[in-house]
Design a protein around this ligand. Structure first.
Ligand SMILES: NC(=O)c1ccc[n+]([C@@H]2O[C@H](COP(=O)([O-])OP(=O)(O)OC[C@H]3O[C@@H](n4cnc5c(N)ncnc54)[C@H](OP(=O)(O)O)[C@@H]3O)[C@@H](O)[C@H]2O)c1
Length: 256
């Protein structure tokens, strides 16, 4: 039987992309979604409303790409109804992240700030490079479309956290977000820079540099489809899990 999917923020950029991919997947059935903004017309039988509680009894998994406050509310409501949830919303505060973790006590909850396999493979590989280049300067530069709200991107933070962990330092002590005025580079700092403009769906560069050489690793998301497919894969993964809080690492290594 197909997995019944509902989408939070179904009219948004990611919500529309996930809906388009879901209807093409025979293992999934798109039941409907909730949306506070303009509602897309996805054809007969796909219900779009503003009351998640009406949708929850009809779905197996909620996939939410709304806003930080809305995703906490939606995932909590799903978990209270015993419905598995996937959230890909970025820019969550520590409190909001804790709320998602708590919701995982009642139903399986999957959260990832980047649903692409490529970025997650890079995150797994970065520690080796950081340790091999232990005294190199490291900077992260990300570029996103002009509508992106949070900065730096969730993905830039994931990359920076992986680098800080590999160096055994805290990111809050070592991160420098942009530079302005007299701002010489400090030894060991991790520079993080956010560019905004146009329609870019997401580009991240990690620079390793010393005085004699540079390495740049670039990841480009060529369309939102890659994130949408990752979110649908997460929905299939999380449905089979016990209540808990899951991420890409568990899914890609098939743990949990
Ligand atoms: N994890 C990943 O791989 C990944 C990839 C891409 C994007 N993202 C993140 O996903 C989030 C959404 O991105 P996006 O580009 O799709 O944003 P978007 O185009 O603004 O879509 C969000 C949609 O959710 C709606 N919404 C807000 N609150 C709601 C609520 N309570 N109930 C139902 N719908 C609600 C918004 O409506 P209004 O117009 O009324 O606000 C909007 O239509 C962002 O945090 C972004 O950074 C994550």
């Amino acid at each position: 039987m197909a997995i019944r999917i509902g989408i939070g923020g179904i009219g948004g950029r990611m919500g529309r992309e996930i809906a388009a991919a879901a209807v093409l997947d025979p293992a999934l059935e798109l039941i409907g979604g909730v949306e506070t903004g303009p509602r897309p017309d996805l054809g007969a039988g796909i219900e779009i409303g503003d009351d998640l509680n009406r949708l929850l009894p009809h779905i197996d998994v909620l996939i939410d790409f709304t806003t930080p406050a809305a995703t906490v509310e939606n995932v909590e409501a799903a978990a209270a109804a015993g419905v598995a949830a996937v959230s890909g919303v970025t820019g969550l505060s520590e409190e909001q992240l804790t709320a998602l973790r708590r919701a995982g006590a009642r139903a399986p909850v999957f959260y990832s700030r980047n649903m692409s396999v490529g970025i997650n493979a890079l995150v797994a590989f970065l520690p080796q490079l950081v340790q091999a280049l232990d005294d190199y300067d490291i900077e992260i530069v990300e570029l996103h479309h002009r509508h992106k709200v949070d900065a730096p991107s969730g993905t830039a933070l994931v990359l920076a956290e992986a680098i800080a962990a590999a160096r055994d330092v805290s990111l809050s002590d070592t991160a420098t977000y942009g530079r302005h005025g007299v701002a010489p580079r400090q030894h060991g700092e991790i520079g993080i820079h956010a560019l905004r403009g146009g329609g870019n769906t997401g580009e991240h560069t990690v620079l390793f540099a010393d005085e004699g050489e540079e390495i740049q690793i670039v990841h480009r998301a060529l369309s939102r489809k890659t994130f949408a497919l990752g979110a649908l894969r997460a929905a299939k993964f999380v449905l089979g899990q016990a209540p808990g809080f899951y991420g890409m690492e568990q899914m890609l290594t098939r743990l949990g």
